[in-house]
Design a binder for this molecule. Sequence first.
Ligand code: AMP
Length: 367
Amino acid sequence: MSTTQSAPAQLGPGATIGILGGGQLGRMMAAAASRLGIRAHIYAPEATSPAFDVAAHHTVGSYDDAAALKRFAAAVNCITYEFENVPAATVAVLKDRIPVRPGERALEVCQDRLREKELAVSVGVATAPYADISNFGDLKAAIAALGCPCVLKTRCFGYDGKGQFVIRDLSQAETAYDAIGRQPAILEGFIDFTREVSVVAARGLDGAFKAYPVTENEHRDQILRRSVAPARLHPKTIQMAMSAAEGIGRALDYTGVFAVEFFVTGAGKDEQLLVNEIAPRVHNSGHWTQDGAETSQFEQHIRAIAGLPLGATTLRAPRVEMVNLIGDEVLNWPNLMAEPGCQVHLYGKGEPRPGRKMGHVVRLLQA
Ligand code: AMP
């Protein structure tokens, strides 16, 4: 028999929010919660999780340890997560006991690139042309239909360009399919985009919607390197990005902060937006909001899942930039701290390995 607790509609000071995942996103959510008088309880498998440092409570447990998950659910007022690959079985154990926000539907859709694309299309938002790949025959047919170059992506568990292969001609089909482990996949047409942008937005428990200004994102080695807000886009494109995010949030019956990443093609009034990915969580391209917006994305997420009013999303400067500190770049922290107006955020991770996100800086720019 399930032991569903009825959570109060609104959580306030003294409440405890459970967070699945102990990385930097969980850490920054926990810190934001504490400013509102709300405690965080982090649940993560790694004993040295960076989020443990700033949380009132933590549990070291695996995502398939039903007994530990039940104890966790009994100790918190609401559960959220910092990563989209939370196993469905984990949520199944938790959701009958305590509200999990955002809900299962967001995870189901955002864990699978095919469902994500189908959702975007269902709300009238364009994506790159794509095909569903279940076997090698599908792949050959899809390459013929979409043309080269094209991008083969695993449907699940891909991030920062992992689980992807750019196919330049048909002779690479076999190599590409092997490279992604012959898993269920999608093939996408290669988009010759002019820039990549994202909308970080929040939906409250009552359905209220607030988005931050569109952010322009630069990647290096497929890892986000720099974000600048607001993006330089035609006003019509900004409007399209906002309504796409609002439609996607509504279709997912979403509660919390989420990000929609887009490719931009064309220029000026001919700009077009294609949805690339939907992240059901706070997002690296929203880190600039910590110092550059009235309400940080982390506080906004806590407000949303706690049933509190959403905060203002307006900029605190004409432009704001966020630069990730990746690997050894973090060793420059003393100089960055000495730089006037440079806000340094470090994640408390140990070893600065190549490609590892160690921290970021935010700068408020005048133009
Ligand atoms: P993703 O994991 O889907 O966000 O892809 C990582 C990066 O690869 C994106 O930020 C793009 O820079 C690039 N990329 C992914 N899909 C495509 C595509 N269909 N066309 C061109 N570039 C792509």
